[in-house]
Design a protein around this ligand. Structure first.
Ligand code: ATP
Length: 140
């Protein structure tokens, strides 16, 4: 089975969406293998989003991602990476509310920055992100 990294971002945690998001996770039969709550500092947030470091929105993204704790989870099921990306919906939550009203970002996000959840976008990023938070990569 495949593993992915799911994150509830600071707005999701502060807005008390954790339980509703977890109900969706269980409804779609992901197993939650690991989870932890952590507060990212500037360095950790910058490292996590290093691929966006040259973007104009990067400083704002880092401020957002360090504005409170995040909940990270390793989710497992067949096709976990693509299935979780589908469930969370498009990056811009304001668009998601129109085009993907049943998505998680439509439920709890606000705009293209404050979109309440994250999901790995490839096998490679899933492995990187799982090790980023949990410091091990299991090969099965
Ligand atoms: P994530 O990687 O968090 O799952 P994503 O893959 O949908 O999100 P990316 O393009 O990788 O989106 O952007 C990473 C994050 O940067 C987004 O989730 C969002 O919080 C923020 N972001 C993306 N685009 C913008 C933008 N145009 N303006 C402000 N913030 C943005």
């Amino acid at each position: 089975k495949e593993k992915t990294l799911a994150m509830i971002k600071p707005d999701g945690l502060l807005g008390n969406y954790t339980e509703r998001i977890k109900l969706v996770i269980l409804e779609y039969e992901f197993s939650i293998l690991k989870e932890t709550t952590t507060q990212l500092d500037q360095d950790r947030a910058s490292s996590f989003y290093t691929e966006h470091s040259s973007k104009s929105f990067f400083p704002s993204l880092i401020k957002y991602m360090t504005s409170g704790p995040v909940l990270v989870m390793v989710l497992e099921k067949e096709n976990a990476i693509a299935d979780w990306r589908t469930l969370i919906g498009p990056t811009d939550s304001s668009r998601a509310k129109v085009t993907h009203p049943n998505s998680i970002r439509a439920m709890c996000g606000v705009d293209s920055e404050k979109n309440c959840v994250h999901g790995s976008d490839s096998l490679q990023s899933a492995q990187r992100e799982i090790s980023f938070f949990f410091e091990e990569i299991s090969s099965d």
